[in-house]
Design a protein around this ligand. Sequence first.
Ligand code: ZN
Ligand code: ZN
Length: 255
Amino acid sequence: MKESTAAKTFLSLPKAVGRACGLLLQSVRSGLFHPCCRVCGYDLVVPGETVLCGNCRAKIVFAVENRCRVCGKFLPEGNATCGSCRLAPPPFECHRSFAAYEGALRQVIILYKFGQVEPLKHILADLYLETVRRELPGAFDAVVPVPADLRRRRNGFQPVRVAGKVLARRLGVPFRPGLLLKRKATPPQVGLTQAQRLANLDGAFALGAGARAAGLRVLLVDDVTTTGTTVRKCAAVLKRGGARVTALTLGQTRL
Ligand SMILES: [Zn+2]
Ligand SMILES: [Zn+2]
């Protein structure tokens, strides 16, 4: 029996796709498409570079600046503790971020969070790790990510959780995302006053069902902090559960 034209087209489709893939592979091999740095657009030619070029990576450096010894806020030289921490100590023992939320660090965080460029999790885990080694000595029993607001995340990508897991593995500390849950959706904090931020997050976080935090030394991880409200709310829940909390972020807004 003779094949119909439609059947021939259908049968030849895999061949056509295969040929197109072959041509694409050839083009890549011949250098037509170089992978580019996602920040500056420069061709990635050094082995091992996958998303970010060496120049852009070199611009992301740890902030050696004077900060509040408790909350990590950037302070003028000569000040050891900020006014807020003197008035009311936060629910965490210490918070440190890698650097100010600006420049190449800010670009990379935005690319990771909103561009969902997952391979950046390794670079971000490096930054977390450097911050721990420089500023947060001591042992931890659990790495806990600040829970994402799932309704605002497309495809279920949870950037802090993903990078936090890599960090936990590198530290050799158990990763315990189930210790802390977000139990209600909240509008973004951007553009709110400090009082509104606090009210916005009232009752938003809770210990996970059946989770025991008593006696644990928790390393609480988030990506960016502005006024510190989210980290404080999460730390307060863990502290009420009996944990001692150290907070770690990548970028901190200069206030
Ligand atoms: Zn670059
Ligand atoms: Zn402070």
